[in-house]
Design a protein around this ligand. Structure first.
Ligand code: SF4
Length: 206
């Protein structure tokens, strides 16, 4: 941030956030029935979590308040962050910001398609540009693909990456629908990723 005060920067970002909250691009394109963009945070946050898409919730409920959020908070505590840190320290967002509906199989939520991710990309780009997090935690393969290309979770979870001056740390999606987590070997990779996050927390005083 150069030539602009922190307050003005935050105010500009709030305008951007209002514009995102009013976005109906995926409704207009026929991908979803109702737009309700979900994200939470402000400039100056040094940690960002980028998921795939929000689960269903009403307007008042913050992101990651359900079972996935409880598992995610548990992971953050395993990395040494205190209880409640998920909603206090992390900017919380996702590739697409509106609930995409349930999957055809009825098991879990529908993954957003390439066209929906492309429609929402300018919103995520704006969040990244304004917040400028030092550490980005991606959740799931699609979110990691945004930074690391199309690679299997087994090849990237448990490693940290440097992308455009930011550290990217991939995790699987914390949803119970993610079968990847059922393999004990994969769980060891999650444990390693959380060790790396703990090291970053201490090194960078996050
Ligand atoms: S998912 Fe993103 S692009 Fe689509 S309507 Fe919601 S905010 Fe707009």
């Amino acid at each position: 941030m150069t030539g602009i005060s922190g307050t003005a920067h935050q105010q500009q970002f709030e305008q951007v956030q209002r514009r995102i909250r009013a976005c109906t691009a995926c409704v207009d394109a026929g991908f979803i029935e109702r737009a309700m963009p979900i994200f939470q945070g402000h400039t100056g946050q040094r940690l960002m979590i980028i998921g795939q898409a929000p689960a269903w919730r009403n307007e008042e409920t913050p992101p990651y308040s359900g079972a996935s959020g409880r598992r995610l908070q548990g992971w953050m505590e395993q990395a040494g962050f205190p209880p409640g840190s998920l909603h206090e320290r992390f900017y919380l967002t996702s590739l697409t910001k509106c609930f995409p509906g349930v999957s055809k199989s009825g098991k879990g939520d529908r993954a957003p398609g390439t066209a929906e991710i492309a429609l929402c990309r300018p919103n995520l780009d704006s969040e990244l540009a304004f917040v400028q997090p030092e550490v980005i935690v991606t959740l799931g393969r699609l979110s990691a693909k945004r930074f690391l290309g199309n690679r299997p979770l087994s090849a990237i979870v448990g490693h940290r990456f440097q992308e455009d001056g930011q550290i990217v740390l991939p995790l699987p999606h914390p949803s119970g629908v993610s079968r990847w987590l059922n393999d004990p070997e994969n769980q060891k990779q999650v444990d390693r990723a959380l060790e790396l996050l703990s090291e970053l927390r201490q090194q960078l005083d996050l």
